[in-house]
Design a protein around this ligand. Structure first.
Ligand code: ZN
Length: 199
C-alpha cells in the first residue's frame, strides 16, 4: 500500500533531491506546500521558473547574474587587476558582505576532487586562465575552502599560474578546516584575506 498519494510522493521525491533536504524535511516541505494557498504555490513555482530562465553566468567571472556582466565586473571603480578565486557564488557573497575587498572575483563552481571524480576540466579553471591571458592581472588570491578539495585546487591553480609571473596568494588558514566560506563571520574572512601569503 502506498503511504501517500502519488502526487505528494512525487513532490517529496523532487524536494528530497535538493542539497541539504533530507527525507524528513522533504516530507515536511511537501505537506506545507500542499497546504499553502493556491496563489502562494503559483508564486513559488513561478519564482523557480523565472530564476532558472533568467539567471546565467557572468561572462567575466562566472558568478550567477541577470545580465551579461555582473555588477562587480561592470564596476570600473573595482580593481580589475586583483582577482579572488572562490568555489561558489555564495563564497563571493560572503566576501562582498565584508565590503573591504575592492578587486574582482572568479567563481570556479566547484573544486577539484579526485575522490568524487571532479577534475580541473570540470570547474571554471580554463576560463580563469583565458582571463589572465587577456587582462592585465597583478595578483590572483586563491580563496577556495580549506577542505582537502579546496587545498588541492589551490595547489593546482598555483602551479598553473606561477610560470606566467603573476603573483598567486592564498588566504590565511584562519578559516576553519573544512569550513564553508559562507558560514564564516566577516571578521574571520577579513583576517584570512589580510593574512594571505604567497604560494
Ligand atoms: Zn562578473
Amino acid at each position: 500500500m502506498e503511504l501517500y498519494s502519488k502526487h505528494i510522493q512525487n513532490l517529496i521525491d523532487q524536494l528530497n533531491r535538493l542539497p541539504g533536504v533530507g527525507a524528513k524535511s522533504a516530507q515536511r516541505l511537501a505537506f506545507h506546500i500542499v497546504n499553502m494557498p493556491q496563489e502562494e504555490v503559483m508564486n513559488l513555482a513561478a519564482a523557480i521558473n523565472d530564476a532558472k530562465a533568467n539567471v546565467h553566468y557572468c561572462k567575466e567571472c562566472f558568478t550567477l547574474t541577470d545580465s551579461d556582466l555582473c555588477p562587480i565586473c561592470a564596476d570600473e571603480k573595482r580593481d580589475h587587476s586583483v582577482i579572488m578565486v572562490v568555489e561558489q557564488t555564495r563564497d563571493m557573497a560572503a566576501y562582498e558582505k565584508t565590503g573591504k575587498f575592492e578587486g574582482v572575483y572568479h567563481v570556479l563552481h566547484g573544486a577539484i576532487s579526485p575522490m568524487l571524480g571532479i577534475g580541473p576540466a570540470d570547474i571554471k579553471l580554463k576560463e580563469l586562465m583565458l582571463r589572465l591571458e587577456k587582462e592585465d592581472v597583478k595578483e590572483v588570491i586563491v580563496a577556495t575552502n580549506s577542505s582537502l578539495e579546496g587545498e588541492t585546487t589551490a595547489m593546482y591553480i598555483s602551479r598553473l599560474i606561477k610560470p606566467s609571473g603573476i603573483k598567486v596568494t592564498r588566504i590565511a588558514s584562519g578559516v576553519p578546516v573544512g569550513g564553508d566560506l559562507e558560514y564564516i563571520d566577516e571578521v574571520t574572512l577579513l583576517r584570512a584575506l589580510e593574512g594571505r601569503t604567497e604560494l
